[in-house]
Design a protein around this ligand. Structure first.
Ligand code: PLP
Length: 377
């Protein structure tokens, strides 16, 4: 049996999305910047996709910009908010994805702005009291960058509350919503975000396509220069098939959001219960009581001689999981998120992440395999 329990890294493409994408690849090959009928047809599906994405997050279509991935969107937003909006200080968390932390470390290294990482609790949730105290100092133009759901341990932040704080103190707010897009209702107006990002391959769309939401009152300039596509913000001929596929994938995810959440929550619960029975002293990282994403389950196994081989042995048994975050190649590098929450190094931690395509049968198979592998050591 092959089991894909690595859905926080990426997801299989929905068959309806493949169908639509293939139709577009075959039929709509005009360049959307061309003024002839072929180009106009491409432009029309491009703009329809923009409206679909905008509606999904309650934004104006003109505030949606297509990119190649969330990493690109995040780089553009953070770097260019400093360059173009006069941001002097960015407050973030050490548990953010590397797309954020590496960009912030770059900005800090080149002294482009001050970067402050909030303290986090043992669940990886940023210290909101500390944020409030920092925001009281309004001598520097500030942007807060805090993610919605953590890709490694599943802990979520209350974006609406953070957004209301940002509004109260008159600072800008960016959120990495990659892991929650299509899984949680996202409303840019209610949440008070000025910038957010999404990536198609996390919600059963194709890889290599993402978007940025940028509030009209806080427009930044481009990172990529050239033919002035995307109203000058992101040059390069648009990935029409990918963009149409992303819009369709998001539409399907939102239509099925409730039913998917129920299914994934049940799978996670069953997996946890069976694992606790099979492996004494197993530990779950991140918030388990409230404000967590059900599709991510980070498990630390008690130390045992061949603990480091567990992930590889699961792979040999046809089971795909990830150690920490898989986004940077799945390599066995120490996780900055687990380090930030004070996780001990002798515990082997594996991230299991689910989608609505997984089944209870798969859960049982994976738990049985883990039990066998841990026992044989
Ligand atoms: N942010 C989070 C929370 C992620 O999980 C990922 C990918 O895993 C990214 C950003 C980067 O997304 P992309 O693959 O679209 O660059």
């Amino acid at each position: 049996m092959n089991v894909f329990f690595d859905n926080a890294a990426t997801t299989p493409i929905h068959p309806e999305v493949i169908k639509r994408m293939t139709e577009v690849l075959a039929d709509i090959y005009g360049n959307p910047s061309s003024i002839h009928a072929f180009g106009r047809k491409a432009k029309s599906v491009l703009e329809q996709s923009r409206r679909t994405i905008a509606k999904a997050i309650n934004a104006a279509p003109s505030d949606i910009f297509f990119t190649s991935c969330a990493t690109e969107s995040i780089n553009m937003i953070l770097k260019n908010a400093v360059r173009d909006l006069g941001i002097e200080r960015i407050i973030s968390s050490p548990t953010e994805h590397h797309a954020v932390t590496h960009t912030l470390d770059y900005l800090s290294r080149y002294k482009a702005c001050e970067v402050i990482y909030l303290n986090v609790d043992s669940y990886g949730a940023p210290d909101i009291q500390q944020l409030k105290e920092l925001l009281q100092d309004n001598s520097k133009k500030t942007l807060v960058s805090l993610m919605h759901g953590n890709n490694e341990i599943g802990t979520m932040s209350d974006l609406q509350y953070i957004g209301s704080l940002c509004a109260e103190y008159g600072v800008l707010f960016h959120s990495d919503t990659v892991q929650t897009m299509g899984k949680y209702p996202i409303n840019v107006k209610d949440m008070g975000v000025h910038f957010l990002v999404g990536s198609a391959h996390k919600f059963h769309g194709p890889k290599g396509v993402g978007f940025a939401y940028i509030h009209a009152a806080h427009r930044i300039g481009p990172m990529i220069l050239g033919g002035a596509q995307e109203r000058g913000l992101r040059s390069g001929t648009e990935n029409i098939a990918g963009i149409v596929a992303m819009a369709r994938a998001l539409e399907i995810a939102i239509q099925n959001m409730d039913i998917n959440t129920v299914k994934i929550t049940a799978l996670r619960q069953s997996f946890k219960e069976q694992l606790m029975k099979a492996i004494p002293h197993v530990h779950f990282n991140g918030n388990q009581d409230n404000l967590f994403m059900p599709h991510v389950l980070s498990v630390s196994f008690p130390p045992h001689p061949n603990g480091d081989m567990l992930m590889m042995n699961l792979d040999l048994a046809g089971i795909a999981v990830s150690s920490g975050s898989a986004c940077s190649s799945g390599a066995e590098t120490g996780s900055h998120v687990l380090a930030a929450i004070g996780q001990s190094h002798d515990h082997k931690t594996i991230r299991f992440s689910f989608s609505s395509w997984n089944t209870e049968e798969e859960v049982q198979y994976v738990v049985a395999k883990i039990k066998e592998l841990v026992k044989s050591n």
